[in-house]
Design a protein around this ligand. Structure first.
Ligand code: GLA
Length: 729
């Protein structure tokens, strides 16, 4: 790991263990030109790549005429409106109403530190082994200072970028766009991989060609969303899981984002990522600054699998702070799919007592315990226990559940208020809405205006008071609608464009405070399933509910897409009842268990009602979870087969860092007649080690398992599965 500045060539070089990232300051005007991002190279004498004196396109013959030059040049970051007609990385509305930004290089600093971002999630160094380059630029006309930061950790190939904008003028200025990443590279036939989705089908892997013009993903709905995901990767022409070039970009943010690739007339790509400029307008007073969230980029020369493992390690080592990161999570049973709104104290205690018999460790009381909430139409915001349902009160229920031997967890949706609620009747101006316009409802609820101090204080106390009232050890923090009607009764006219970003900061503040007051709380984020599964939330919660689709077969694709970036220990995954409530499909209980084992593992069913033969399988699943969780949460994840791509079967293996053990999961989704039995080539093992198959006398050498394969025996029927534990002798 190193960051250098070559004074002679004016070249910045950022080196991680396996990659180099290079850019330069170009002549007196001080543009920043992008030179290289890829496998590690030694030299910084590479400025010829910038081709600054080449003739621009016909009809101009003046090599350095500003407009043709700027529009052709490969920028490390581009300003706005002075001749480069590609997507800009920054835009303002200055006191005279103009939007031009032209940045000039001023200087740099390299420090052995990585300052935390104010009020936002950010990656951090645990051991102090980090370096940050800060490149200072300035626009002397509008007196705007823009500092680009690049941080690297010793044990990672990630480059983490943020940008800070400071208004050095005496007047206000509006920042209307800011991307931490906006650089150019030559196209080598890249394709763009994204994760699209919808409710119950989050993060589906999709690969598309990059045509000329702009290809982008993004959201405007106030959260990272079901529909698109703040991640994309550029894949070289021959890239697959195990080989080829991959550039992955992930935004550590939970609000509106954009990720974009623009292919121009010279077949160059402009790669950008940041807060979506749609509905974004941040007013900076004199000397005020705006700091962007971080973008993580990872280059892999060895395919998608290597990129995945780099992301997993980065987030485990440098983002997730929770004490639960590697700990066995209590195996929970959640009553949502068991009872929906139809429950009371007796029913919950009955579930807890029955669950205890099979080794389940925590009961989570989901939506419906407060106000008059017997459907999803009312009472959000009225966080008082409904004692008609929870007879004897919350403390009594929690104590009884604890007596049954289970911990207790609870559901909240703190950012919301129902139309039919006391809170809304008392404070109709506390919702995000535009005066004189009927605000859009969704699930008959509105979004609370977390840009306002008094609303944040009220929401915090509502949640904290419940947590203080009983022995509650887990919170599921839900968020079940999108943000529309962008207006705040608490913000000045010229700050209305700040609502979406300030709202996200409000959510971060609330969760941070909760963790400060309840440091051992296990927090699980959720948003109508997995609509806010992003690295920003992982800074606060070590696990996120992956999807409301608990069908084990659908989960294969959802979990494959999610695990492309996020460690398995973060994926909320439960065994639910059949026929599945979303799809109506019947999958064997064993397979449901195997698939949920690639996540936090738990149950989402009425254990007093499911068939006895299913109940009797729970103790074995509980034992397996505890036996393998350390490996699942800390190991290296390799994808072997993708049901999403082949329509037949799915397989992945988790290998311990020291390669002494591995856990293979194989799901035969569709059986085929009259075929050879399957021999599965494994990955990630030590070729020289002998591996024993647990509970059998079979032994194979690692190189045999990886090149010839492991026989998968005795699988019969559709939806059957097996988990095989191998350990080195
Ligand atoms: C969302 C969640 C579910 C459940 C319901 C309750 O849809 O994703 O798991 O908590 O809300 O209303």
């Amino acid at each position: 790991m190193n960051i250098t500045f070559d004074e002679k060539n004016r070249v910045f070089k950022i080196d991680t263990a396996n990659t180099s990232y290079i850019f330069a300051v170009v002549d007196t005007e001080g543009f920043l030109g992008h030179i290289y991002y890829g496998p590690y190279i030694d030299s910084s004498d590479v400025t010829y790549v910038l081709r600054t004196e080449e003739y621009p396109f016909v009809p101009s013959v003046y090599a350095r005429e500003k407009s043709p030059f700027l529009d052709r040049f490969l920028h490390e970051f581009s300003g706005n409106g002075s001749g480069d007609f590609r997507e800009s990385g920054i835009r303002v509305k200055d006191p005279k109403g103009h939007s031009v930004v032209a940045l000039q290089y001023k200087g740099y600093r390299i420090i052995d530190d990585k300052p935390a971002l104010p009020k936002m999630p950010s990656t951090f160094a645990k051991d102090g082994k980090v370096k940050t380059l800060m490149v200072e630029t300035y626009d002397p006309v509008i007196k705007l200072e823009v500092v680009f930061s690049y941080s690297i950790f010793e044990d990672s190939d990630a480059i983490i970028r943020t940008v800070k904008v400071t208004n050095k003028s005496e007047e206000k200025i509006h920042l209307t766009k800011i991307y931490p990443v906006c650089f150019d590279m030559e196209d080598e036939g890249y394709k763009m991989l994204t994760l699209h989705g919808g409710w119950a089908k989050e993060r589906q892997i999709e690969v598309r060609d990059i045509a000329h013009g702009r290809t982008n993903i993004g959201t405007y709905c106030g959260k990272s969303s079901h529909q698109e995901h703040p991640f994309f990767a550029l894949l070289g022409p021959d890239t697959n899981d195990d080989q080829g070039k991959v550039y992955g970009f992930n935004f550590v943010y939970s609000g509106n984002f954009i990720g974009q690739v623009e292919k121009n007339q010279f077949d160059c790509l402009r790669v950008s990522m940041g807060i979506n400029p749609e509905n974004f307008d941040f007013c900076l007073e004199s000397q005020e600054e705006f700091v962007s969230p971080e973008v993580v980029s990872i280059y892999s020369n060895d395919g998608l699998g290597k990129m995945t493992r780099e992301f997993h390690d980065l987030y485990r080592n440098h983002l997730i702070r929770s004490e639960y990161l590697y700990k066995d999570r209590p195996i929970l049973i959640n009553n949502w799919e068991a009872t929906y709104f139809d429950f009371d104290t007796d029913k919950l205690i009955a579930i807890a007592k029955e669950a205890a018999k099979y080794g389940i460790e925590m009961l989570v009381m989901d939506d419906g315990w407060f106000g008059k909430r017997n459907s999803d139409e009312l009472s959000l915001g009225d966080w008082d226990v409904n004692e008609e349902k929870i007879k004897g009160g919350l403390k009594y229920l929690v104590d009884e559940v604890n007596k049954a031997g289970l911990k207790f967890g609870i559901w909240f949706e703190p950012e919301m208020v129902s139309l039919d609620s006391n809170l809304y009747r008392e404070h109709p101006d506390w919702i995000i809405s535009v005066p004189d316009r009927e605000p859009a409802q969704s699930r008959r609820q509105f979004v609370l205006d977390l840009t306002r101090r008094e609303v944040i204080e009220h929401v915090y106390e509502s949640v904290a008071k419940i947590l203080r009232s009983a022995n509650i050890e887990y919170v599921k923090w839900d968020m079940n609608r999108q943000i529309s009607d962008l207006g705040s009764y608490g913000l000045d006219v010229e700050r209305q464009g700040e609502i979406c970003h300030r709202f996200v900061l409000g959510v971060y503040e609330l969760q941070e405070r909760l963790l400060q007051e309840f440091p051992h709380l296990l927090l699980e984020n959720c948003s109508s399933g997995g609509a806010r599964f992003d690295p920003g939330m992982l800074y606060y919660s070590p696990q996120i509910w992956t999807s409301d689709d608990t069908d084990a077969i659908e989960r294969l694709g959802i979990q494959e897409g999610t695990a492309l970036i996020y460690p398995l220990s973060t994926l909320g995954a439960h065994v639910s009842d059949c026929p599945n409530h979303v799809l109506g499909r019947n999958v064997p209980f064993e397979t449901r268990g195997h698939v949920a084992m690639a996540g936090t593992f738990g149950y989402e069913l009425d254990v007093t009602k499911i068939p006895m033969e299913d109940r009797l399988q729970i103790p074995k699943q509980v034992e397996m979870y505890h036996k393998y969780h350390k490996l699942v949460s800390s190991g290296d994840y390799y994808r072997i087969l993708s049901y999403k791509s082949n329509g037949l079967n799915d397989a992945y293996i988790i290998v311990s860092k020291d390669k002494s053990e591995a856990l293979l999961t194989y799901v035969q989704v569709i059986n085929r007649p009259n075929r050879l039995s399957r021999i599965l080539k494994l990955k990630g093992l030590d070729g020289s080690k002998i591996y024993k198959v647990e509970d059998s006398d079979k032994k194979y050498k690692g190189d045999v398992l990886m090149n010839i394969g492991l026989p998968i025996e005795n699988l019969n029927g559709d939806f059957s599965s097996v988990m095989i534990h191998l350990y080195a002798e």
